[in-house]
Design a protein around this ligand. Structure first.
Ligand code: UDX
Ligand code: UDX
Length: 441
């Protein structure tokens, strides 16, 4: 099929490339001319494992193209995915300005049947607004009669985890398509057939809600285990053992039960806020989700308090931060817990040294007055403590004998529970993590 993807960010680019890999002809469009220029020069605007190779293969096979013109994309494709950003407004609502702008643009160039698909995470009823906007901007006159419906709208939410997005696209647990016509259903069913995954066919509103409800449930699961970790700390239980014991119950499942410094990223914080607001507008007070958000904020604060408790005065102390991205496997700094944690430490007068294997460059847009280091050992040099913020595998293989010699004192705060408490203590570190008990305590 001929497909266009409008908005070539983390979601749009992966979606476009994977559809090309499945044999479709795809044009990825973006209003950011620099981003498109980079992609045409094979310079990746984002880090996502496996993405660069897939882009090279599909550009070479003439299945994948990049552009900035929506007109060209609409005219040359039968299926148009909207994957532009849906950032949060100050009041937490999803800002759908870009979605509306793109819907208007698409409408202007519709010259035959098109299927317009919401890929971006949008509040329920956005599909209805897209349909209204496109209808209101159809190019009547040039052979397009008022009553001739030349398009359908569908919802096809993504469930891509950054750092595993290609794997998640190619091997999804399920595909959700929200459609209002048989034709739209046939097109999307055909498009996703090669993935041989369960396809959930619903109306558009239900598909939009599945996305918000899924992300909010995952965020709820994380805040739940983080709340349990707070209880473990107070009663002397081991959160990793509790999570293991809970997770073996098939009804609960072990994934998303890793206690840490809280969730971040471009989705959970934004989608939880949007769902709370959307619920309020529908007349329901989603108090559970509000508490999920509160617990998430509290988890970052309690990590800062742990550091303060053991460093006593933070002023003029040097704190080494390992990891900045909101999770390992990505360079994405959007709503990364590191940003709030570093700001809180700086407010107390601490000096901050940082290193992230992938996000150092992007982090410069989010952090001020920090010393960016080239590796974990430079961070450790003359630091009063080390704080693990992102669970990069390379931090699991550090030479701790060398680290210990470089630091002012052997003090480690592990916000992601990536180290073995016994081993760290045997190497002579004062080691604190998210509520786990060393065996020989
Ligand atoms: C974002 C949201 O984070 C996600 O929840 C939603 O499902 C899809 O949009 P992401 O790909 O991470 O996903 O956003 P981002 O990386 O910001 O990419 C959005 C792209 O859209 C940007 O490259 C931006 O330049 C582009 N864009 C935005 C357009 O092409 N046209 C516009 O009018 C606005
Ligand atoms: C999420 C959803 O998983 C994905 O389906 C949706 O399409 C987009 O949002 P993503 O935000 O890329 O994906 O990352 P994810 O792996 O879900 O982690 C989200 C946050 O939760 C990260 O900050 C991560 O560190 C945190 N997390 C995750 C935990 O704190 N504990 C866990 O057990 C799992």
């Amino acid at each position: 099929m001929d497909i266009s993807v409008i908005g070539s960010g983390y979601v749009g680019l992966v979606t476009g490339v994977c559809f090309a890999e499945l044999g479709n002809k795809v044009i990825c469009v973006d209003s950011n001319k620099e981003k498109i220029a980079k992609l045409k020069r094979m310079v990746m605007p984002i880090f996502e494992p496996g993405l660069e190779e897939l882009i090279r293969i599909n550009v070479k096979a003439k299945r994948l193209f990049f552009g900035t013109e929506i007109k060209q994309a609409v005219r040359n494709s039968g299926v148009i995915f909207i994957a532009v950003g849906t950032p949060s407004k100050d009041n937490g609502e999803a800002d759908l300005t870009y979605v509306e702008d793109v819907a208007k643009e698409i409408a202007k160039y519709i010259d035959c049947y098109k299927l317009i698909v919401e890929k971006s995470t949008v509040p329920v009823e956005t599909g209805k607004w897209i349909e209204y906007t496109v209808k209101a901007n159809l190019p009547f006159g040039r052979g397009v009669k008022k009553n001739f419906v030349k398009f359908d709208v569908a919802s096809n939410p993504e469930f891509l985890r950054e750092g595993q997005a290609i794997e998640d696209f190619m091997h999804p647990d399920r595909i959700v398509i929200g459609v209002e016509s048989k034709k739209a259903q046939e097109i999307l069913t055909f498009l996703y057939k090669p993935l041989k995954a369960p396809i959930v066919v619903t109306d558009i509103k239900s598909a939009e809600l599945i996305k918000h409800a899924s992300n909010s449930f995952l965020a709820t699961k994380i805040s739940f285990i983080n709340a349990i970790s707070q209880i473990c700390c107070r009663v002397g239980a081991d959160i990793s053992k509790v999570a293991d014991g809970m997770g073996l119950d098939k009804r609960i499942g072990r994934s998303f039960l890793d206690a840490g410094i809280g969730y971040g990223g471009s989705c959970f914080p934004k989608d939880v806020d949007a769902f709370i607001r959307l619920s309020e507008k529908a007349g329901y007070n989603f108090s559970l989700l509000k508490e999920v958000k509160n617990i998430n904020e509290e988890q970052k604060n309690s990590f800062v308090s742990l550091i303060e408790h053991h460093l006593w005065i933070l002023k003029d102390k040097t704190i080494g931060i390992l990891g900045l991205a909101f999770k390992s496997g990505t360079d994405d700094m959007r709503n990364a817990p590191s940003i709030d944690i570093i700001k809180k430490l700086q407010l107390e007068g601490a000096k901050i040294k940082v290193f992230d294997p992938r996000a150092n460059l992007k982090a410069k847009e989010f952090l001020k007055d920090v010393e960016f280091c080239k590796d974990p050992y430079e961070v450790a040099k003359d630091s009063d403590c080390l704080a693990i913020i992102t669970e990069w595998n390379e931090f699991k293989e550090l030479d701790f004998i060398r680290i210990k010699k470089l630091m002012k004192q052997p003090l480690v705060f592990d916000g992601r529970n990536i180290y073995n408490p016994d081993k760290m203590r045997k190497m002579g570190f004062k080691y604190f993590c998210v509520c786990r008990i060393p065996k020989n305590d």
